[in-house]
Design a protein around this ligand. Structure first.
Ligand code: KIV
Length: 253
């Protein structure tokens, strides 16, 4: 079990897989921490799976701060990564100011989406001593611009760009890099080439760590689940079962 991000390189060297799950509230964060999940991510997937927004582009800094603070209250051990939301890191100064706010709310590291074009923002964050996690591949904050969620790394040019992005993040000093929805061979190649811990989601099994959106894993958001995520519980079904049982009991009296 991890207690700091500084332990990640040792895990990578030892070939020990790292587990990462999203959390957005106190009880879930506390349960995941107590269960032994290595790292928690307060992702901007918050927008869809908690707040009912169509995608992550409507998530604001205020929303992220509110949920990071709740997660912080539930966690004793696992390091917490907080997402910088859409358009909260357009310039290096804005990225640094907002990264500081996420850290003050309780994050141990911040994450933003993008590769080479965002190195000035990432350097500003890292130079201020804030641990950083990258995110490349399919970028949910670009869904409107790109017209949908599209797997990355299918062409040689895309694969080369992903590797260049990963190497740039690694050289800048990222502790870890999320590789989302990309061809598994590209994710494995990146994992071999970088010092940072790669965290895969929909990117095959060749990465150093795996992350899932917790509602996909526990079946608490039944209206959409990505094909690579297997629900291992039916929390939505259990809620409806318990509620129906109680309603019947109340009405029977
Ligand atoms: O917001 C999120 O939950 C994420 C994961 C999909 C990696 O960024």
């Amino acid at each position: 079990m991890l207690t700091t991000l500084a332990e990640l390189p040792l895990k990578k060297q030892a070939g020990e897989r790292v587990t990462v799950l999203t959390a957005y509230d106190y009880p879930t964060a506390r349960l995941l921490d107590e269960t032994g999940i290595d790292l928690l991510l307060v992702g901007d997937s918050l927008g869809m799976v908690v707040l009912g927004l169509p995608d992550t582009t409507g998530v604001t800094m205020e929303m992220m701060l509110h949920h990071i603070a709740a997660v912080r209250r539930g966690v004793k051990r696992a390091p917490i990564i907080g997402d910088l939301p859409f358009h909260s890191y357009d310039t290096p100064a804005q990225a640094l100011a907002n990264a500081r706010l996420l850290m003050e709310a309780g994050a141990d590291a911040v994450k933003l989406e993008g590769g080479v074009p965002f190195i000035p923002q990432i350097s500003a964050i890292l130079e201020a001593g804030i641990p950083f996690v990258g995110h490349i591949g399919m970028l949910p904050q670009s869904v409107v611009e790109e017209g949908g969620y599209k797997k990355k790394g299918k062409t040689p040019a895309q694969a080369e760009q992903l590797i260049a992005d990963a190497l740039a993040l690694d050289a800048a000093g990222a502790s870890a890099i999320v590789l989302e929805s990309m061809v598994p061979e590209v994710a494995t190649e990146i994992t071999l080439q970088v010092k940072a811990t790669t965290i895969g989601i929909g990117a095959g099994s060749g990465t150093d760590a795996q992350v899932l959106v917790t509602p996909d894993l526990i079946g608490s958001f039944p209206w959409f689940r990505p094909p690579f995520a297997k629900a291992r519980a039916d929390v939505a079904g259990e809620i409806q079962r318990a509620v129906k049982e109680w309603v019947e009991e109340v009405k029977a009296k």
